[in-house]
Each structure stands twice: as structure tokens, then as C-alpha cells.
Design a protein around this ligand. Structure first.
Ligand code: ADP
Ligand code: MG
Length: 691
């Protein structure tokens, strides 16, 4: 379709403004959907003046009046609608000695003329008339009045220099002249199956719907198309990944796996055995593995990952394990080291805090193949970290890493096998739409002898009573403060002050503090002291959110709980209830917004990670959960993967149906659909030949 500058009324100067909105062609304009609609139908509910929102009325001019004031001139028009309601339309304009600011308005507002008036309403109930501060008006007999008033009127996201009025006229012009050129890309079988509007009907109705129902049908059609294109593209990309044949192979020798199992001190749960088998059978294939392991907090994902790493090591390869925080990486290092201490393999820890000398040695040994397993933080993805024969990586708490970081670790070796882990499960529809069915393993049961965690809201004094009674029983406690950004000095000061206050309040106990801005050795010392019970109460920032494992800790107090997200609360709470003792989590929160109250209610009422994941998705949106927020991979023009989940399900079903009948999309009726996928995703996703 032609360049936008060729649309009537646009021209080169305005075209630049459209370009700023990513509108380059007339087709782009047709696919630039309204951000909202205003109900400008006669007697729409908002015309009752209850709220000073935008009002739209159709009324006839009775007379007009000009009232000069010191700086402004006020123009008033008295109008009456067909129900005999009187309105007072007002404009304020700068005075000018050179021209009449109201010339055009005067011309249009001749007594008797019928006019649509749109503006902010004021209900001056003491008068019989209703005041409208006019923003737009359209004479009822103007040729294009229908696109601006009298119906559901589209409002667009604009940029400086463009008005909704101009935008609407441009869209209407484009529809009139170019809509016929718009091609149907959806395979006819699918449009029929889902009873979807044709592209022309849908585009017309999404801009100028005749009813809310029609708008919904139109929107659904566009959402469906977007989702189908996206999920089909993902599928193709995934299939291409599976076509790569990897150069390394694993054999289950059990030279390390058997002793590991014997040293472990517990038996794997059935759920763990199931996922270990899934992972091993993946690894034995000749294609690189990309598997997501999901399992609730405390379900025992780490040992599963260790099994897989040991499989790599017993085959002579190296493995890497990346965790999102230093404390967590250090803790993994300690526990994994304990698990494997008699196996004769070499394991190291690398974080940004590793001293330069040690780091140098580690990097050398890594490149020489003297290190079998490297545990660490983001430090692992630095360019100077080079492995000799790395084949397997684990990304713990994968949602805490950005797409780029994950990709960088993957790029450390060719055909790498990857296991990513998360406790924030991805709802099934999503997994199907964006990951495909095969690549998710779930640990769906907790290890035995876990006691449920009671979660409640309480005041500070009640919370501290619980802490005292638990400590008197020999248990330990966490108190968590919301320090979201460890580099924020003001907040850190507040947390430190709280800590001092706490020490005064409970002088009989050993209290220590831990936060991310501390030196690693210091942090390590505190964690060790807590583990060996030298500390009764650990005052902490959310650095302890993930992974920390102290079985004797049975109570967690979360201060200012309203400031935490749902997933964080769930993760934090998972720090207690890790042993045989009954545990509880107390949320202290004074101010609550609607959303934070919703989060707190959810967290108190369920401990089901899947339910929390679903709820979290509703509240926070999908980008954060899939970890693709930065990449724009989930930006849709019309669709919203959360609100339109139903349509997403259709798209997944129909994708499979479509590809079953035509795996390479070679049939002529699927040609345009395929072409669009290539246009949209080939470059962005590095799709090879889509066929
Ligand atoms: P998460 O899935 O949250 O990462 P972890 O791997 O940290 O959980 O495991 C939590 C705790 O459960 C650890 O102390 C671990 O040793 C223990 N654990 C794991 N598997 C079992 C099991 N099968 N039986 C008993 N304890 C287990
Ligand atoms: Mg973990």
C-alpha cells in the first residue's frame, strides 16, 4: 500500500508525525487501532452530567453571547436538545486586537443550527441549564460528522502536532479509498471455524464500531490474528532449534550419580524422579535441550539440577550453574559442595565479589578443564569466562534474568543443553503458546515432612509475641524489610535504623542484619551464624528472597508487606516451613492500595504456587513472568495475553491444526499467512527459512 504521505490531507510534513508513531504506509494506519472509544451516541450514559467527564450532546442554537473580561473573552451559546434540555456551551479565548478569535464559532453557531457539542460538563444544579466547556464541535450537517460524533468515537494515541479529529479523518479517508486493498491473510478454514469477521469488516469496525458488541467481535478477530502469527512463529523457531544436531552425547554411567544418591541423606520424591527422567531422556537425544523446570518453592529443584550436572561431569564435560544473587550462589556452592564432597570433582564459585587473584586462578582452571562445575552469579556471563568443554548450564530462578543475560550464558558453548528453573509457574496456555508443550517439567509435590506455613496479617506487637515464643522453643526468625534497591542510601538508612530499634526492643536475643550492600565475606559469616543457630533473629532485606535454606527458622515477619509483589511474598515465605516444625509468616502492613490489599489477601489464602502465579500474571502482566519484558516479544497491538487468554487458547489449538494439515505452510491458501510471519519475525527472531 502507498506511503502515508500520499493519503489525502497528510503530505510530507504530517507524514513525519505519523512515522513517529510507526505508521509508514496507509496499511500501517489502518492497523493503528484506537486506544479507546468515547460514547458519543445521543443520550449515552455519560450525558447525564453525573461526572464531569466528556459530554456529547446534539442540540440546536437558541442564541449566543459574548462576554469580555479583562484578559479573556468568553463566548457562550445557549442550546436546546430534543428533550428541551437547555445547555450553555462556553469557550474562553485570549483577547486579540488583530482578529476575532470567535469568527469561525460565530459563523457555525447561527440560531437554529443543529450542532454536536463535545466537552467537559459541569452540572450547575442551581441553574436549569447545564454548562459545557467546549472541546470539539461538529455541525450536524457537516459531511464527515458521523466519524466524529453520534457514535462510539475512536480516540488514538497521538503525538504532538496531531489531533484526534485529524487522525479520525485520515483513518476514515484511508478506509474509504484503500480498505479494499487490504488482503486477508488468515487461512479461510480458520476464519470459518471461529466465525471471525473478514479483515475488511474487522478493520472498519475496530475504528468505527456501530456497537460495543461489534467492536468486541472486530477486536477479537485482530487479536486472534496477532496471537496466531506469534505462536506459529514460536513453533517454527522451536522446530528449527530441534533440528540442530549436537556434537556431544551423554551416557548414564552412574560413576558419580550413584555415590551422589547414596550420600544425599534422603530419597528423591516421585515427582523429582519423574522430572529427572524427563531431563535425562532429553539429554540423551541428539538435539540440544532447552527445558524449563518449574516447581514450587522448596520442592527440591536444586538436587535435580545437580543430577543433570553430574551426568555431564561423569561424561567428561563441564557444567555451569547461574543464580540471581550472590547469597544464593554462595549457598548453592556450599550445599552442592556438601553433596558431592567425596566424589572427587572440582567445583568453584565465581561472583563479582570474588577477589581478583582467586578469579584469575578460576578462569585459568576453567579454560584448562580443571574445574568441573562452576557456580556463580551474572559474573559467569562475562566475556573472559571461558570453558574448555562446557555442555550443560542451569539457570536458577530464570525469571530473575533478562533475555539477554540468559542468551549470553547459552552462547558460552555450541549446542548447549540448558535447564532453567523457576518457582513462578507459567500458566499452561502460556507454556503452550510460547514454549511449546514438550519443554516444561514440573515438580508437583513437596518433599515429605514439610509442615504447612500459616500466613496471616497482624500488628507488630502480636507478630513479635510469635517471634518470642518460637525462639523460646529453640526456633529462629526472619524479619524482612522492603529494601528494593540495594544502592538506595536513604532506604538502607531506614532499614538500618529499624534494625537498631529492633535490638532495643528485643535485647534478650541475638539479632543480626543482612543486606545486599554488605561485603560478601560479611554476608557469608552472617548466614553461617544463622545456620549454626548463633543468631536468633535475622533482620534482612529481600536478598534472602530466593533459595535460602535454614530448616530451624519457623517464623517470618514481613514489614511493609504492601510493598512486595506477589511472587516475592511467596518466595520469601518459602524461607520458613522447610523442616519438620510448624511455621508461620506474618505480614505487617499499614497502608494498602487496592492492588496491595489484593496481593495480601491472595497470599494469606493460598500457598499454591500455581494459583499465585496466575494471580500474579493478572496483576503484573506477562512480560515480567516470561522474562521477556525488555524484548518486546509480547507487545501486541490489539491483544493482551492475560485478558485475551481465551483467544490465545484458540490460537494455540488452531496453530496445531494448521500445521498438522500443512506443516511447511506450502498450500496456496496459507501463503499470505506465511508471508506475514516472515515479514514480522524473520529478522527479529533470526528465523531461518521458514519453510
Ligand atoms: P527449590 O525447589 O525451592 O529450589 P531446594 O532445591 O532448595 O528447593 O530444596 C529445598 C530443601 O529441600 C533443601 O533443603 C533440600 O535439601 C530439601 N530436599 C530436596 N529434595 C528432598 C527430598 N526428596 N526429600 C527431603 N528433602 C529434600
Ligand atoms: Mg531453588
Amino acid at each position: 500500500m502507498p506511503d502515508i504521505k500520499f493519503l489525502k490531507g497528510v503530505g510530507p510534513a504530517k507524514a513525519v508525525l505519523f512515522n513517529g508513531l510507526d505508521i509508514y504506509t496507509i496499511s500501517d494506519l489502518l492497523h493503528y487501532y484506537p486506544r479507546d472509544y468515547q460514547d458519543r451516541r445521543p443520550h449515552a450514559p455519560m450525558s447525564d452530567f453525573k461526572k464531569p467527564e466528556n459530554i456529547c450532546v446534539l442540540a440546536a442554537v437558541i442564541n449566543t453571547q459574548i462576554i469580555p473580561t479583562r484578559y479573556l473573552t468568553v463566548f457562550k451559546a445557549f442550546l436546546q436538545d430534543d428533550k428541551k434540555q437547555i445547555y450553555e456551551a462556553v469557550w474562553f479565548k485570549q483577547r486579540s486586537r488583530h482578529f476575532d478569535p470567535f469568527a469561525v464559532i460565530k459563523r457555525d453557531f447561527k440560531p437554529g443550527a443543529k450542532i454536536w457539542v463535545i466537552g467537559r460538563g459541569e452540572d450547575k444544579s442551581s441553574f436549569s441549564s447545564r454548562v459545557i466547556n467546549v472541546e470539539e464541535y461538529y455541525p450536524a450537517d457537516a459531511p464527515d460528522v458521523k466519524i466524529h460524533a453520534g457514535g462510539l468515537t475512536p480516540l488514538y494515541s497521538l503525538t504532538q502536532g496531531l489531533t484526534n479529529r485529524f487522525f479520525r479523518s485520515s483513518v476514515a479517508g484511508a478506509i474509504k479509498k484503500y480498505l479494499d486493498e487490504e488482503k486477508e491473510i488468515l487461512p479461510p478454514a480458520l476464519t470459518q471455524k471461529r466465525k471471525l469477521l473478514s479483515i475488511k469488516q474487522a478493520l472498519y469496525a475496530i475504528h468505527f464500531p456501530s456497537s460495543l458488541a461489534e467492536l468486541e467481535t472486530a477486536r477479537r478477530r485482530m487479536v486472534y490474528e496477532e496471537f496466531l502469527l506469534m505462536t506459529t512463529a514460536w513453533h517454527i523457531k522451536q522446530k528449527q532449534g530441534r533440528q540442530i544436531v549436537k556434537n556431544h552425547a551423554y551416557e548414564i554411567k552412574k560413576t558419580l550419580l550413584s555415590p551422589f544418591k547414596n550420600l544425599l541423606g534422603f530419597n528423591f520424591t516421585a515427582a523429582q524422579i519423574k522430572v529427572i527422567n524427563e531431563i535425562f531422556s532429553d539429554l540423551k537425544k541428539n538435539k540440544p535441550m532447552t527445558r524449563l523446570l518449574q516447581g514450587d518453592v522448596g520442592s527440591g529443584k536444586t538436587v535435580v539440577a545437580v543430577c543433570a550436572m553430574l551426568l555431564a561431569v561423569e561424561n567428561g564435560f563441564q557444567a555451569a550453574f547461574m543464580a540471581p544473587t550472590e547469597i544464593l550462589a554462595a549457598q548453592h556452592f556450599i550445599t552442592i559442595q556438601k553433596y558431592i564432597k567425596d566424589l572427587g570433582i572440582k567445583i568453584e564459585l565465581l561472583t563479582s565479589k570474588t577477589p581478583a587473584k582467586t578469579k584469575k586462578k578460576i578462569l585459568e582452571n576453567l579454560a584448562d578443564g580443571k574445574i568441573d562445575i562452576l557456580i556463580g552469579t551474572h559474573a559467569l556471563i562475562e566475556d573472559n569466562v571461558k570453558f574448555k568443554n562446557l555442555t550443560f548450564i542451569v539457570i536458577d530462578e530464570q525469571h530473575r534474568f533478562g533475555v539477554k543475560q540468559r542468551a549470553k550464558l547459552r552462547a558460552k558453548a555450541k549446542d548447549i543443553d540448558m535447564l532453567s528453573m523457576t518457582a513462578t509457574p507459567i500458566p499452561r496456555t502460556f507454556a503452550l503458546a510460547f514454549y511449546g508443550d514438550l519443554d516444561v517439567s514440573t515438580i508437583d509435590a513437596l518433599p515429605p515432612a514439610r509442615s504447612p506455613i500459616k500466613t496471616m496479617q497482624a500488628g507488630e506487637s502480636e507478630a513479635f509475641k510469635i517471634v518470642q515464643s518460637e525462639i523460646n522453643k529453640g526456633r529462629q526468625a526472619y524479619i524482612v524489610y522492603p529494601l528494593i534497591d540495594e544502592s538506595d542510601k536513604v532506604e538502607l538508612k531506614a532499614v538500618t535504623a529499624e534494625f537498631e530499634h529492633l535490638k532495643k526492643l528485643l535485647p534478650q536475643y541475638n539479632i543480626a542484619m543482612i543486606h545486599g550492600a554488605m561485603k560478601s565475606a560479611q554476608k557469608q559469616k552472617v548466614m553461617e551464624d544463622f545456620l549454626s543457630r548463633k543468631i536468633d533473629i535475622l533482620a534482612a532485606t529481600p536478598v534472602i528472597e530466593v533459595g535460602i535454606d535454614v530448616k530451624n527458622a519457623t517464623v517470618m515477619i514481613i514489614q511493609n508487606a504492601e510493598r512486595f509483589g506477589l511472587a516475592s511474598l511467596h518466595q520469601l515465605r518459602g524461607r520458613v516451613g522447610r523442616g519438620e516444625f510448624e511455621s508461620c509468616c506474618v505480614l505487617i502492613s499499614k497502608q494498602q492500595s487496592v492492588l496491595s490489599a489484593q496481593r495480601i489477601k491472595t497470599i494469606c489464602s493460598t500457598s499454591d504456587g500455581f494459583k499465585i502465579g496466575e494471580k500474579d500474571l493478572e496483576i503484573r502482566g506477562p512480560g515480567e513472568i516470561l522474562g521477556t519484558r525488555q524484548s518486546g516479544e509480547l507487545d501486541f497491538k490489539a491483544g493482551d495475553v492475560v485478558k485475551d487468554r481465551e483467544v490465545l487458547k484458540w490460537a494455540v489449538e488452531d496453530r496445531d491444526f494448521l500445521l498438522r494439515g500443512d506443516p511447511k505452510l506450502l498450500k496456496p491458501e496459507n501463503g499470505l499467512f506465511k508471508k506475514r510471519i516472515i515479514e514480522l519475525y524473520q529478522k527479529q527472531w533470526n528465523l531461518l527459512d521458514v519453510g
